[in-house]
Structure formats: structure tokens, C-alpha cells
Ligand binder design. Sequence first.
Ligand SMILES: Nc1ncnc2c1ncn2[C@@H]1O[C@H](COP(=O)(O)OP(=O)(O)OP(=O)(O)O)[C@@H](O)[C@H]1O
Ligand SMILES: [Mg+2]
Length: 159
Amino acid sequence: MLFSRYLDNETETLWLAGQFATVLKGTGVVYLHGHLGAGKTTFCRGVLSAYGHSGAVKSPTYTLVEPYKVGGYQVYHFDLYRLSDPEELEYMGIRDYFEDQALCLVEWPSQGEGVLPDPDLHVRLQADEGGRFLEIESSSDYGRNVLVDLENFLSETQE
Ligand SMILES: Nc1ncnc2c1ncn2[C@@H]1O[C@H](COP(=O)(O)OP(=O)(O)OP(=O)(O)O)[C@@H](O)[C@H]1O
Ligand SMILES: [Mg+2]
């Protein structure tokens, strides 16, 4: 299943990410795709602030992962841009992060190919005419349910 929407500005990215966070309920594996500056970290900030996180959200480029405990959820934000070898993920105990109840948001997942668990959802962001074109695609039954809930949730909260 595919959800798509044009986001005019940063505020819209944060808002949509917040709606997505609400239906996700703090669980799942989400890969975030897009060029440098496409808005992946902004999207993660929108998810985290929907759960009650009020501080900054820095891309954990050097530490690879930043844990957050917010709103009763365990969220791990990965940025694998500087990962040189997917095996490094094994050394840092990657499996412990992908526990059943956690939400894992992964920027630059292609860098961890072969070691990362399969995603439930792909978030794709593309800069376009000043704004961002967003696509969210499900790749598991759970992910599909999330997108069905998102469509329903948005149609209830709008108009
Ligand atoms: N819908 C939007 N329209 C225009 N600008 C946006 C939109 N959403 C986010 N931005 C802006 O785009 C920039 C994206 O930066 P961000 O750090 O989120 O990108 P990123 O994809 O995480 O990059 P990197 O690959 O370097 O980690 C920010 O300056 C943000 O304000
Ligand atoms: Mg980023």
C-alpha cells in the first residue's frame, strides 16, 4: 500500500510525521530514504515530538544510534550515513535495538543492507519545487495496517 502527499514546508512535514506517529503507536521498523537534506531527520523530529519529546533531535551521524524513551515508548533513531561496513552493526549489538516493542527509525538504511531487519514501512522524501514530495509504502502486514489507519485518521481529522 502506498500513501503519498506533497508537503509545502517544514511545518507540514512535522505535522504529517506526527499523524504517522499517532497511528504507529511506537512500534515497528521504518526506513527513511532521500538525498542529503531531504527532510528525514525533520520527519523523525515530528514523530518524536508527537510522543512528547521537546528537545533537539540531532542526526546521530557519528554514534549511529540515539535512543529516546518518550510517551511510554522506546524509540531508536539511526543514521547510518557514515557506516563503512554493515558488520559494524553486529558489533554494536544491533539485534538488541530491534526488540518487538521498539520503534526503529533508520536514515540511510542502504548502508546497513544485509544486517538490518526488514522494514515495515518505507518513508521516501524528495525535494521538489521548494517543498517535499512524501511517499510512505508498507512492506509488511503491520505496515499495511498502519497506512490504512493513517488514511482513516487523516480523513477523520480533516474537514
Ligand atoms: N516539506 C518541506 N518543505 C521544505 N523544506 C523542508 C520540508 N521539510 C523539511 N524541510 C527542510 O529541509 C531540511 C531537511 O533537513 P534534514 O536534516 O531533516 O534532512 P535529512 O534528510 O535528515 O538530511 P541528511 O541526509 O543530511 O541527514 C531542513 O532545513 C528542513 O527545514
Ligand atoms: Mg538526517
